[in-house]
Design a protein around this ligand. Structure first.
Ligand code: M6R
Length: 623
């Protein structure tokens, strides 16, 4: 949600900032801008639209200079206009600020500034208010003549003093025309990483923006303030105490975030799933004990045995993974498990018993709602674990332990490979907790065999891509799509509908199959196909009944089945997609992939911007 890139060094800043913004564009793509200090003057280029629009503006009106800040926006306050695009400036026009997050008390702060005589606001944003506040404090502190080191110190003090007045969240980067080769960053609730280079340093919302230049990174903590120059940096607290830091090696390279031969990141990530699923279970299966080994949980066998209840929380796709997890953990381990929207969990008085274990599931590890739920759960004293992909993320760092997905960077806004990795991890948890209780060794080894077979089976599912593309073409002019499934595949119906909505913009809903007759059936008509997820399992015949009900009302049916299912569906379904056989608890990992492909091919057919669908952003760091 909004991407920030800052540079201070010896090279031309503009190409580095633009390159970084392109890599962060998945975080927001309403508008973009750059501010660079050129010979003591602050110059900016910014516009509504994608990075490509900014790049073309900068080709016509280039900027030169070796330090500056840049931003790609996902609008929270104020419309998508050139004026509201970041960077924003203080009243003097000498300070440029980029911001990710929400300043909740910006109206009150603005009032104070206006009462003090500052009326020169050019945008509707909360960010501009912060820029004005910092600029005012800095100008006041420099009323008498000050030298260059004093200017740095005073700018830093102005930032700290302003941020102490802020209610809300921020990741910021700023430069000032009077303070050369100097940049300040700070964070509270929105991610910010410092990239450490040779005679150059970087700031970014996400390491992917800077990994082409350096793989040495310092992940800032909330309330950190960092002052960067070319050859040094200093991290301190809001109160001004010098802080400790650790330089980490970024675990992926610039190569890993390229699209390769794929047309879209989403397609690349769908096709990575044989490997990402393998990586999610690598080294975590014990054939001898027929269980899973998850050392990152940081729990003793006795603590694992005594877990009496599990709460799974997350948002969007991660929440859908949690819904599969609920079925899985209850089936394999017989532990009462609940799934709760992270945004609801933190504001609701959910009764949790002392032996409850809470899992926050998040690909990015930065989702504000999930982070809020994690903090609330920890505040109440519950052991709270993370299931994250981004190892350096706030959720990963703030949880009591957890399990990493190891899926590699996911750039497409629609989550795909992270979902199947989450499902593998939840299966491992079910297996581990099950084997601490009543799950037999033979059941345990059956699950392990099923998990180990997955990468090969996923390859088979991916081979169905052309068949699914043909189906997408057939249904390209529909008005919407319904998705139905039962048991383990009910959450897959929800996930199939979410993928469809996100990238095709078609109306789509997912329901438990049997709910059809309680209302949804009123929607059935010839231009609204129903996708039924009906593997050849214990509830197959019940699903079949529901399909007949749709067929009787002339609703087209796309059936996703397995094993002998295809034969039995011949006369009911218009289209049949068949995936390999697997135990029902593992089946969602196979059934979701055709739905990812269906949404993808339909979106391409409709000419949608698959990797950057409208109104969305990859990582939602505001509430
Ligand atoms: O990074 P997270 O897993 O916490 O993200 C949660 C949701 O924002 C995310 O899954 C969103 O729903 C995706 N765009 C779905 O494809």
């Amino acid at each position: 949600m909004c991407g920030i890139v800052g540079y201070v060094g010896r090279a031309e800043a503009a190409p580095i900032l633009l390159d970084g913004l392109r890599r962060l564009e998945y975080r927001g793509y309403d508008s973009a801008g750059v501010a660079i200090v050129t010979r003591g003057h602050l110059e900016t280029r910014k516009c509504a639209g994608r990075i490509v629009a900014l790049a073309s503006l900068m080709t016509k009106q280039p900027l030169s200079g070796s330090f500056g800040v840049s931003h790609t926006r996902w609008a929270t306050h104020g419309k998508v206009t050139d004026e509201n695009a970041h960077p924003h400036f203080d009243a003097s026009g000498k300070l440029a600020l980029v911001h990710n997050g929400v300043i909740e008390n910006y109206q009150a702060l603005k009032e104070q500034l206006i009462q003090g005589g500052d009326t020169n606001f050019r945008s509707e944003t909360d960010t501009e208010v912060l820029a004005h506040l910092i600029g005012k404090l800095y100008d006041e502190s420099c009323a008498s003549t000050v030298d260059a080191p004093q200017k740095k110190a005073r700018l830093l003090t102005a930032v700290r003093t302003a941020l102490q007045q802020v209610i809300g969240t921020y990741g910021i980067a700023l430069v000032h025309a009077e303070v050369p080769d100097f940049m300040i960053g700070a964070r509270r609730g929105s991610p910010l990483v410092l990239g450490v280079g040779k005679e150059e340093n970087f700031l970014a919302s996400d390491v992917s923006a800077i990994v082409a230049y350096t793989r040495d990174a310092v992940y800032l903590n909330d309330f950190d303030v960092v002052a960067l120059e070319r050859d040094k940096f200093e991290i301190s607290s809001l109160a001004g105490e010098i802080g400790d830091y650790r330089v980490s090696k970024v675990e992926f390279t610039a190569e890993d975030i390229k699209k390769g031969d794929f047309r879209h990141y989403m397609l690349k990530e769908i096709f990575e799933q044989p490997n990402t699923v393998r990586d999610a279970m690598r080294g975590r299966l014990s054939l001898e004990e027929c269980t899973a080994k998850l050392g990152g949980l940081n729990m003793t066998p006795a603590q694992l045995r005594d877990v009496g209840r599990i709460v799974l929380t997350g948002c969007g796709t991660a929440l859908h993974a949690g819904r599969v997890g609920e079925y899985l953990i209850e089936r394999l381990a017989n532990i009462p498990t609940e799934v709760e929207y992270a945004s609801e969990f933190r504001h609701r008085n959910t009764p949790i018993t002392p032996e409850t274990l809470v899992f926050a599931i998040s690909q990015s590890g930065e989702t504000a709602d999930t982070l809020g739920a994690l903090r609330e759960s920890r505040r109440k004293g519950f052991r709270t674990l993370g299931i994250c992909n981004n190892v350096a993320s706030t959720i990963a760092r703030e949880s009591d332990g957890g399990v990493y997905m190891h899926a590699g960077p996911e750039i497409g806004v629609a989550a795909t490979k992270s979902f199947t990795s989450q499902l593998v991890i939840l299966t491992l948890l079910g297996l581990l907790f099950g084997r601490m209780r009543n799950l037999s060794t033979s059941e345990g080894s059956r699950i392990i065999e099923a998990l180990e077979a997955l990468p090969g089976q996923i390859e088979e599912v991916l081979n169905l891509s052309d068949q699914i593309k043909a189906i997408a073409r057939t249904y390209a002019d529909v008005n919407g799509v319904l998705f139905f499934g039962r048991q383990f595949n009910f959450p897959i119906a929800l996930e199939g509908a979410l993928k469809m909505k996100e990238i095709t913009y078609l109306f789509a809903e997912g329901h438990p199959s049997a709910e059809l007759k309680h209302g949804v059936i009123a929607l059935v008509r010839p231009d609204l196909p129903s996708v039924f997820i009906v593997p050849d399992d214990a509830v197959f015949s019940k699903n079949l009944n529901n399909m007949e009900q749709v067929k009787a009302r002339k609703g087209p049916i796309i059936a996703l089945t397995s094993g002998n299912g295809a034969k039995q569906l011949k006369n009911v379904a218009n289209e049949i997609i068949s995936v390999p056989e697997a135990p029902d608890c593992v089946m969602p990992i196979l059934t979701v992939i055709p739905l990812q492909l269906l949404a993808y091919h339909l979106a391409v057919e409709l000419g949608r911007d698959v990797d950057k669908p409208r109104n969305l952003a990859k990582s939602v760091t505001v509430e």
